[in-house]
Ligand binder design. Structure first.
Ligand SMILES: O=P(O)(O)OC[C@H]1O[C@H](OP(=O)(O)OP(=O)(O)O)[C@H](O)[C@@H]1O
Ligand SMILES: Nc1ncnc2[nH]cnc12
Length: 175
């Protein structure tokens, strides 16, 4: 594999979606087939050792990491969605964001008791989205065995909200 500096494929957008937020935009990375492919392959190789049965990820950017990760590993993918989007019976939780508050839902039959679940998203900031995703998985009886991200914003200390769950990230920013 070529060494790719993933950071070169992430664009910084100041003051989006609110003044004071430095948005880490992954669309340049997603837009380049070989960079995207390698990012998923690298993350998949690290995640493989966790021996997951299924991958779960939150809407929307969690899908562009979680779904290809699941397909690469030959696993199913469970979508975690914003309210009112899932058609079957759901379980839900409310959570805080770096820039607001929201609610997430999962299908009540999406995970079987005792299944080993890896949770995936594009970015770990405050950890609010991922801790809500983890709470949903646990409500269904799943065991969260790891969390995978393209990006970690270390200053926001999202790791501390994930307890002792092992974490893999491709790119870490200090702030
Ligand atoms: O660690 P946190 O502070 O929770 O922030 C990280 C979350 O924020 C973003 O999603 P967003 O809610 O902006 O939704 P989107 O994926 O639909 O853009 C990002 O994709 C993560 O899911
Ligand atoms: N700074 C940031 N950049 C991109 N996505 C985010 N989600 C939460 N904080 C973010």
């Amino acid at each position: 594999m070529l060494t790719i500096q993933y950071r070169d494929w992430i664009r910084d957008v100041p003051d989006f979606p609110k003044p004071g937020i430095l948005f880490r935009d992954i669309t340049p990375l997603l837009g380049n087939g070989s960079v995207y492919q390698q990012a998923i392959a690298e993350l998949a190789e690290r995640v493989r050792a966790w021996g997951a049965d299924v991958i779960a990820g939150p809407e929307a950017r969690g899908y562009v990491v979680g779904a290809p990760l699941a397909a690469t590993l030959g696993l199913g993918f469970v979508p975690v969605r914003k309210p009112g989007k899932l058609p079957y019976t759901t379980v839900s939780v409310t959570y805080d964001l770096e820039y607001g508050q929201d609610r997430l839902e999962i299908h009540s039959d999406a995970i079987q008791k005792g299944q080993r679940v890896v949770v995936a998203d594009d970015l770990l900031a405050t950890g609010g989205t991922m801790s809500a995703t983890i709470e949903l998985v646990r409500k269904l009886g799943g065991e969260v065995v790891g969390a995978a991200f393209f990006i970690e914003l270390k200053a926001l200390e999202g790791r501390s909200r994930l307890g002792d769950i092992p974490i893999h990230t491709l790119v870490q920013y200090e702030s």
